[in-house]
Design a protein around this ligand. Structure first.
Ligand code: NDP
Ligand code: PMR
Length: 399
């Protein structure tokens, strides 16, 4: 109920204490604000260019890679019947949590081949086995999103595999709420935004060409978002709140040296960096939609799968948080969802014929029915999306 209310109310909530004098996870309470603190709910609360870009990029890809053959979308059985070939889906971070549960749900249908794009091969291999995934339904390929070289290498390796790309799921993420100081990716970007946003941004930009070449009936690019990046919800108002500000830190390269490690240019805060990265994920999905949907027919989508409070995402949190967070979400907010259920939700966004609408941020209600949710003002700001896109292009070496 609480989740539903929080997700559905298109109003802005505000908490009285935040920012400099506010309560942050680092400085006090276990759940980000002291429970005695009153939560005040304020209920009042370029198509042509893209075509050119795309054509240029398609040309570039053709020149760089050896010719690949995309299997026909239908294949004939010995009885002469035509069946749809298996869909081919890349899922980043499929070695645990939501990514693994989605891989499992799709593998079980027998209709998908899953490319598990993971940084730890052995962990992914063990995870797939323990999830009971049949060998012929998946391939593990190395991808470390905290290194742009690794992203480019992954794209090369994927192309060499001759597998088609029908759906790309940008799922992997890190969350570093207790970090006192920023840590950095190989190229020197703050780790959360570098991994969750910039690594995926480069991956998705490069693989757009491959998606575009697919002859699968419904091609999709999905970027996992979250409620905590949306300040039009109660969850999104737990300090520290997402806020990209004027993007001065992103513009400066998030390196913590001559620029802040935070997108808005403020002091480092790991929990905020994660939430900011999720805002970037949701803005990126919409910018992809604006630039490429009409031209390519690809469906661009994001989602909040529910609060999967048991996943590895919280591995860096203090032990007491990890113990109390699942019951808190189960019994108090009622926002809890199991890994299996969340995996089925994301699998729906990958494959359900009724979820082909592009530019949508999906959520689910209490009875697990999907609906198009409202994004916060910042997470749906088209001008900010364009700026994030353009700065990100420069940072990852695409412009
Ligand atoms: P997990 O920690 O279980 O999964 C995250 C995955 O990302 C792991 O497979 C991890 O790999 C991988 N990963 C982390 N860093 C990198 C990297 N540098 N390169 C490649 N892979 C990497 O968390 P969840 O399943 O909860 O998170 C999945 C997605 O769901 C995230 O986008 C998260 O923001 C989103 N989400 C989660 C919610 C939740 O309540 N849990 C709620 C809303 C959204 P490894 O196994 O090697 O560590
Ligand atoms: Mg939150 C409807 C209420 C709701 C929901 C759906 C979530 C989801 N949370 C809600 C409410 C609250 N949370 C409230 C009232 C508090 C203060 C007591 C609270 C606290 C809290 C903390 C400290 N919640 C958290 C944290 C985290 O460290 C998690 C986080 O922000 O990670 C970035 C988190 C989350 N709460 C959620 C969800 C889905 C998360 C996981 C974060 C994500 O992936 O976005």
């Amino acid at each position: 109920m609480a989740l539903q209310a929080a997700s559905l109310v298109p109003a802005s909530f505000s908490l009285p204490k935040e920012g400099k004098n506010g309560v942050s996870l680092k400085d006090s309470a276990l759940f980000g604000l002291s429970l005695s603190e009153p939560i005040k709910a304020d209920f009042s609360s370029s198509a042509l260019r893209c075509k050119r870009d795309l054509q240029q990029k398609i040309g570039a890809v053709r020149a760089e890679t050896v010719a690949t053959t995309t299997p026909a979308v239908t294949k004939s059985t010995p009885e002469g019947k035509k069946t749809l070939r298996k869909g081919s889906v890349v899922i980043t971070g499929a070695s645990s949590g939501l990514g693994l549960a989605t891989a499992k749900a799709l593998a079980e249908t027998g209709k998908w081949h899953i490319i598990m794009a993971c940084r730890d091969f052995l962990k992914a291999s063990r995870a797939a086995k323990s999830a009971g995934m049949a060998k012929e339904n998946y391939t593990i390929m190395h991808l470390d999103l905290a290194s742009l070289d690794s992203v480019r290498q992954f794209v090369d390796n994927f192309r060499r595999s001759d597998m088609p790309l029908d759906v790309l799921v940008c799922n992997a993420a890190v969350y570093l709420p207790t970090a006192k100081e920023p840590t950095f990716t190989a190229e020197g970007f703050e780790l959360s935004v570098g991994t969750n946003h910039l690594g995926h941004f480069l991956l998705a930009r490069l693989l757009l060409e491959d998606l575009n070449k697919s002859d699968y009936p419904s091609k999709r690019l999905i970027i996992v978002g979250s409620i905590t990046g949306n300040t039009n919800t109660l969850a999104g108002n737990v300090p520290p709140k997402a806020n990209l500000g004027d993007l001065r830190g992103l513009q400066g390269g998030l390196n913590g040296l001559n620029s802040s490690a935070m997108i808005d240019g403020g002091d480092f805060d790991g929990a905020k960096a994660y939430k900011d990265s999720k805002v970037c994920n949701m803005l990126t999905m919409q910018e992809f939609h604006r630039r490429f949907h009409e031209e390519t027919g690809i469906t661009f989508a994001s989602l909040y799968p529910g609060c999967i409070a048991t996943t590895g995402l919280f591995r860096e949190h203090i032990p007491l948080f990890r113990t109390l967070f699942p019951p808190f979400q189960k019994y108090i907010t009622k926002g809890f969802v199991s890994e299996d259920e969340a995996g089925k939700r994301l699998a729906q966004v990958v494959s359900d014929p009724s979820l082909t609408k592009s530019g949508v941020y999906w959520s689910w209600n209490k009875t697990s029915a999907s609906f198009e949710n409202q994004l916060s003002q910042e997470a749906s700001d088209a001008e900010k999306a364009r700026k994030v896109w353009e700065i990100s292009e420069k940072l990852v070496g695409l412009a």
